[in-house]
Ligand binder design. Sequence first.
Ligand SMILES: [Zn+2]
Length: 319
Amino acid sequence: MTLYGLRSAAAALTFTLLFGAAAQASAPQQKSQAPGYYRMMLGDIEITTLSDGTFQLEASKLLTNVTSKQLESALLRSFLKDSLETSVDAFLINTGSKLVLVDSGAGVLFGPTVGKLQANLKAAGYRPEQIDEIYITHMHGDHIGGLLVDGKFAFPNAIVRAAQQEADFWLSKSNMDAAPKEAKDAYQAAMTMIAPYQAAGKFKPFNGDTELVPGVRAVAAPGHTAGHTVYVVESKGQKLVLWGDLMHVAAVQFPNPAVTIRFDTDSAAATAQRKKLFAEAAAQGEWVGAAHLPFPGIGHLRAVGSGYVFVPVNYSALH
Ligand SMILES: [Zn+2]
């Protein structure tokens, strides 16, 4: 290269550094996240976590059986502060012959930061009318709010299934009448979301531990609500347990599973279920997924001292 050539290359580099850098800095920030779906295979079964978005959870107002000092230090250990941005996750299971959705997100019940399940379902390559069955872990609004869109079936070909005890509790007018004023909305939401499916013969409750489709079974885990259910997915020796609302705040309840939440119908039973299923997950090394774990909400548990550490799924792009 000639001296002239070297000089012009240096000049070009200087130009790029000065003006190239300036051009980058002037690009507008995008202020949006990647589409909220995450895929993994469990044996022959395809699992897709669908994000419904996030909401702010005021841990200090909602968590119970924990002092404010304990709460603050548990959050700080995870570099978090109250209130917490909390994921709302649902899980799509493609067994190869059936397409099953576990929980439906919040729909319009919890404001604009959630209710994104439909968009993320489509981003994940599926259409709402392809879903055959929807299994509800429990009938709180952030799990059933997505069943209807503008009063119509959000999943027009799906049947909805939940534990009979859950239906008996939330769809009971006398339970609603007896509930304190601030709790009545939860009953009303359950009735609003489930009633059209009932009227169309598309709501089919089950009793106790039941295989619902090959590879997916319901296991009763009452406590958070009367008919709270976890769903176990198994294929080729691999197992994923979908916990629903067995826990809400990872940073606090994994180190101390005795911490409870105000929404529990029966806190003592909820704690017992959490301790039992945490211990099982750590002992067996099975996959777990939960509605309010940070997206994609899937991982493993390791026992440490009297508590646990959650190990999120290692990101995979091989699908
Ligand atoms: Zn929930």
